[in-house]
Design a protein around this ligand. Structure first.
Ligand code: NAP
Length: 285
């Protein structure tokens, strides 16, 4: 029986990235749907849960993606609401690679250094990756600050994280590079989660810091989020700090994403979200 993966994407087109990784993770066929909302997802879910019976049902799975964390979470909620009794299939939530990327980055940091009790700053943490990274760092016991160019956006992200994970992160404004340099003063961990091709800190903002122990950056496209590191860094020591670049993190992210897709087809009752994906990341890191 063929393994079928259905991508429910909240964006105007279904993600090519998630389609490719769907195949690489073991699906025989990947079907992408765009502009999927909690209102229109019902019949799509029906198609996944009423077509195969018993153990055969595990050969159908759902992936919820898109570029908006809140929309993705709402869509996952609507998908799960349609499930009842044995009429369910396994589902994974990973808008913009948020869970897999944040889980890979934080798992590598957790392996390299103790996070509990450390002050961690997630720069430009209002996107899907930054919000998940902030939540995972806080769940590891770090004292987390999340920056945005807008205080209101930082506050909204912090509220959403608290509502979902029950952890508090401190929202601060980091409108420009000098402001972000002040935001990381006194921190031990810096996690740069800015948009692609956007530099957030200069080398001078972190290299001479007496407190910073480890820095991570998930932006792979130059200029990198953190000047002075290399995208391929994976625990490389620079200026006495452990550095993790986007490709250093991305290797584990891709392996993790593929492993999660493979796991979806092992039973029909799994929900792979931040906690489940992070547990797997820690085992794989
Ligand atoms: P995103 O939503 O596109 O952007 C994250 C935040 O960047 C935005 O919320 C915004 O925050 C801030 N930002 C945008 N333009 C900016 C500017 N000109 N100056 C300063 N800040 C700016 O990002 P995402 O989807 O969460 O992804 C985060 C990063 O992870 C991206 O670079 C993405 O390419 C990368 N990624 C890496 C991997 C990997 O395997 N390495 C996988 C997936 C994604 P405010 O508007 O609140 O300031």
């Amino acid at each position: 029986m063929k393994k079928l993966l259905f991508l429910f994407d909240t964006d105007p087109y279904a993600s090519v990235f998630d389609t490719v990784v769907g195949y690489d993770g073991g699906a025989d066929h990947v079907t992408g749907y765009a502009n999927v909302t909690p209102e229109n997802v019902g019949s799509l879910v029906d198609g996944t849960i009423f077509t195969r019976g018993g153990k055969e049902k595990q050969n159908t799975a759902i992936f919820v993606g898109g570029s908006d964390m809140a929309k993705g979470e709402a869509l996952l909620g609507a998908v799960k609401k349609k499930f009842f009794g044995p009429f369910r299939v396994s589902v994974m939530l990973d808008p913009n690679g948020s869970n897999t990327t944040a889980a890979a980055g934080v798992a590598l940091l957790a392996k390299a250094t103790k996070l509990k009790g450390k002050k961690a700053v997630v720069l430009a943490g209002t996107g899907p990756v930054g919000m998940r990274a902030a939540a995972l760092l806080a769940e590891e016991g770090a004292d987390v600050t999340l920056t945005s160019r807008s205080k209101a956006r930082a506050e909204n992200a912090a509220k959403a994280i608290e509502a979902r994970f029950g952890v508090k992160v401190t929202p601060v404004e980091g409108a420009d590079e000098p402001a972000r340099a002040k935001d990381v003063a006194g921190a031990q961990i810096v996690f740069a989660a800015g948009a692609i091709g956007i530099e957030l800190l200069k080398t001078s903002d972190w290299q001479n810091s007496p407190t910073i122990e480890a820095v991570a950056d998930v932006n792979a496209q130059p200029p990198l989020g953190l000047e002075g590191i290399e995208a391929t860094d994976k625990g490389k020591e620079r200026h006495g700090k452990l550095c993790f670049g986007a490709l250093g993190i991305g290797g584990l992210k891709l392996k993790l994403h593929r492993a999660c897709i493979g796991q979806l087809f092992e039973s029909s009752d799994q929900v792979l979200d931040a906690e489940e994906i992070y547990a797997l990341a820690k085992a794989m890191a």
